[in-house]
Design a protein around this ligand. Structure first.
Ligand code: ATP
Length: 236
């Protein structure tokens, strides 16, 4: 259980893509200001959990309470306006738009979104590249842009799907520093990450998923003592 009062409480969450029943009752919480990571093998249902919280699966059932209010019956745009944002694995950068146009694209959905100047302060590389089209950005720059873009919306809960996917070690380190700064700035973060070593230096708590359910839970200080078990779960 989180030490801070929960900002997000997911209970008995089930989700479907068409006829495929993917999530079978997912339970976990994310405390205000916490960084929680979902771990699990490929296909365990981690991405589907994030999409489902965002209302992006064909059908979902159960309960997703955010900031004290039930969101399970809401559409994706209402969920975004409640203050949840998803940074997808594929990043979703518009190739024909430049960095600044990409940053300005999503609407301000809640008060307190970062200004473009504040986003550039967080990601100086993006300022350097502000007139470059999406197609000309490196993987790391695209990831920074994808994170910067959701900070503009005013979301309080940031959901990051595999932020280090396909990036070079030096860039992964930079993304780690940024995520740490976001946490210090008070954002609550729910992350899916395969790079367990990297995530273990950042997250407060971890949930392990298997076959569309949460099967175990660790706080950061328990990790070392449970390494063997974790390696078994993750098959690494
Ligand atoms: P990965 O690291 O591979 O993304 P994951 O834990 O995030 O793993 P999900 O992407 O949530 O897993 O996938 C869970 C299951 O849902 C898998 O069996 C996958 O094949 C299936 N699935 C994912 N997307 C769809 C879709 N759009 N339509 C049908 N089935 C899907």
């Amino acid at each position: 259980m989180p030490e801070a009062p929960a900002l997000l409480t997911v209970s008995g969450l089930e989700a479907w893509y068409g006829e495929s029943h993917i999530l079978h009752g997912v339970d976990f919480t994310v405390g205000r200001g916490e960084l929680v990571t979902l771990l699990g093998r490929n296909g365990a249902g981690k991405t589907t959990t994030l999409k489902s919280i965002m209302g992006m699966t064909a059908k979902r059932r159960g309960s997703v309470v955010f900031d004290g209010a039930e969101t399970i019956g809401l559409t994706s745009d209402r969920i975004a306006r409640a203050g949840i944002a998803l940074c997808p694995e594929e990043r979703g950068i518009f190739a024909s738009l430049d960095v600044e146009e990409n940053l300005l694209l999503p609407p301000r959905v809640a008060p307190g979104g970062l200004t473009i100047a504040q986003i550039y302060e967080l990601f100086p590389n993006l300022y350097e590249r502000r007139k470059s089209p999406g197609t000309k950005l490196s993987g790391g720059e695209q990831q920074m842009l994808a994170i910067g873009r959701i900070l503009h919306t005013g979301a309080k809960l940031l959901m990051l799907d595999e932020p280090t996917e396909g990036l070079a070690p030096v860039i992964i380190e930079q993304i780690g520093l940024t995520i740490r700064r976001l946490k210090e700035a008070g954002f609550t973060i729910l992350m899916v990450e395969q790079n367990f070593r990297w995530a273990s230096a950042l997250a407060d708590r971890f949930y392990v998923m298997e076959h569309g359910r949460v099967i175990d839970h660790f706080v950061a200080s328990d990790l070392e003592a449970n390494m063997e078990k974790l390696h078994r779960y993750l098959g690494v």
